[in-house]
Design a protein around this ligand. Structure first.
Ligand SMILES: CC(C)(COP(=O)(O)OP(=O)(O)OC[C@H]1O[C@@H](n2cnc3c(N)ncnc32)[C@H](O)[C@@H]1OP(=O)(O)O)[C@@H](O)C(=O)NCCC(=O)NCCS
Length: 183
């Protein structure tokens, strides 16, 4: 017989693993996560998995993109992309962090931060002056993650018009966050 829990209790139980004190405890229990560069096979598996529940999932496969994955015991926990858009890409020219995704059961363990730090480290290494990203304004976990790593809201004038049009169409707003890398 299935027991039907009240909605409020169910919702609390779903949120429990992601609450800050629980995140910190879970994080201490997980070790051995490493970030490595993904190969073509990894990216094919990731895309197959993602498109099953996120239609339209996409990773730039041009040569100026590098994919990093977080792995533990050969299992992929999350993925992120560093894209160096050339001048011809208009408002996007420069280093961009794209497609950060942590599989739901591994969220709250520090994997998203680990992947983001790897992209920052690589951008530093390549002497980029800044690293930017786009995030939905209401995506509070992602915004908190990036702000915690010192990304700040910026506006790229030539992109702003496009983002405002997108908001009119979708009712949701993406914002640009940028990390200054050179002092
Ligand atoms: C956003 C996302 C990448 C975070 O990854 P994660 O591995 O769960 O995050 P981490 O455990 O590394 O947490 C790092 C910081 O992010 C913030 N954060 C993470 N989960 C949070 C949550 N549920 N609520 C509030 N803040 C949260 C916190 O600031 C956290 O630091 P803290 O735990 O020291 O407070 C993950 O939730 C995800 O994949 N979401 C779906 C895809 C997505 O939104 N990607 C971002 C595209 S721009």
């Amino acid at each position: 017989m299935k027991i039907k829990l009240p909605y409020k209790l169910r919702s609390l139980l779903q949120r429990l693993p992601y609450l800050k004190p629980v995140r910190l405890i879970r994080r201490r229990l997980v070790s051995g996560v490493e970030v490595i560069e993904a190969d073509i096979g990894d990216m094919k598996n990731i895309l197959d998995d993602l498109t099953a529940h996120t239609p339209g999932a996409y990773f730039d496969d041009r040569p100026f993109a590098t994919n990093f994955i977080a792995v533990r015991k050969r299992r992929i926990l999350g993925v992120v992309q560093l894209v160096r858009y050339p001048i011809g890409e208009g408002p996007f020219a420069g280093h961009w962090l794209m497609g950060l995704y942590v599989w739901p059961r591994y969220r709250g363990l520090g994997v998203g931060a680990l992947l983001t730090r790897r992209v920052i480290q690589q951008s530093h290494y390549e002497a980029a002056s800044e690293l930017s990203l786009l995030v939905w304004e209401e995506n509070l976990p992602a915004v908190a993650l990036y702000r915690g790593l010192h990304f700040r809201r910026t506006e790229i004038p030539s992109l702003e018009e496009e983002l405002l049009e997108e908001k009119k169409l979708l009712g949701r707003r993406r914002i640009v966050l940028t990390l200054e890398l050179q002092s």
